[in-house]
Ligand binder design. Structure first.
Ligand code: SF4
Length: 230
């Protein structure tokens, strides 16, 4: 049976985060999420998911329809699978087809779902974003995240609302799992009205404390604010 995916939106833009920031990318945003982060910037992928209506809240697309949306020539090198939580849908067939067509696949995930080995072999970059208490959920069991050790490449993204409260939590999270500090990227909450000031505050805090983490902005937030589909 042909694979079908619940799609929130498809668009082509530039990767705005992490290791691949600035690289042109096609984006496949999958519908549904298993978390309810307070500062989520894509709530439209899950707020009505219990009563979701096909054609209104999401579009059902076969794998072939998704592949047909992509241009024939792969001038844009990346395809980013994002959400929502893309790992709630069966990504392997889609990722394998994209890999065969010459795309490098980035998967943006909250990290709660351990990928199968075949998926780990194909995905070039995992953008993993565990949530701190500032997301409003305190009972999420993140597990050891030991699958990251088998990934081709990954980074850990943490959204920071209050550096004083959040940085010790980041430190505890990575140290208790033996994850390398070099993989940690901090970024300010995108909903902060004065984003540049928040970015400056976070950067100066990290600098002044001698924290071993990188601070990066969301490029799309700087360029286009909170607009969708960019
Ligand atoms: S995991 Fe991501 S998509 Fe899901 S609620 Fe949190 S920020 Fe939003």
């Amino acid at each position: 049976m042909e694979m079908t995916y619940q799609i929130s939106e498809l668009f082509t833009s530039v990767q705005g985060e992490g290791e691949v920031m600035g690289i042109p990318s096609h984006f496949i945003r999958l519908y549904r999420c298993d978390l309810t982060c307070a500062w989520c910037d894509s709530k439209y992928t899950w707020v009505r998911q219990d009563q979701a209506v096909e054609g209104k809240d999401y579009t059902s697309m076969s794998m072939d329809e998704i592949l047909a949306w992509l241009p024939k020539e792969t001038r844009v090198p990346l395809v980013t699978l994002t959400g929502g939580e893309p790992m709630l849908q069966s990504l392997l067939p889609l990722v394998a087809a994209l890999d065969t067509r010459g795309y490098q696949v980035v998967v943006e995930t909250n990290g709660l779902h351990t990928p199968e080995q075949a998926l780990l072999d194909l995905v070039r970059h995992w953008a993993v974003s565990p949530k701190l208490k500032n997301a409003g959920m305190t009972d999420v069991a993140w597990g050891p995240l030991d699958w990251l050790g088998k990934a081709q490449n990954y980074y850990l993204k943490f959204v920071i609302c209050n550096p004083v409260l959040d940085l010790p939590e980041v430190q505890e999270f990575v140290e208790s799992r033996g994850l390398p500090n070099s993989k940690v990227i901090l970024q300010p909450d995108g909903f902060t009205p004065d984003y540049e000031a928040a970015l400056r505050r976070l950067t100066e805090f990290v600098r002044d404390r001698g924290s071993p983490y990188r601070v990066l902005p969301q490029l799309h937030r700087l360029l286009w604010g909170l607009r969708r589909g960019v």
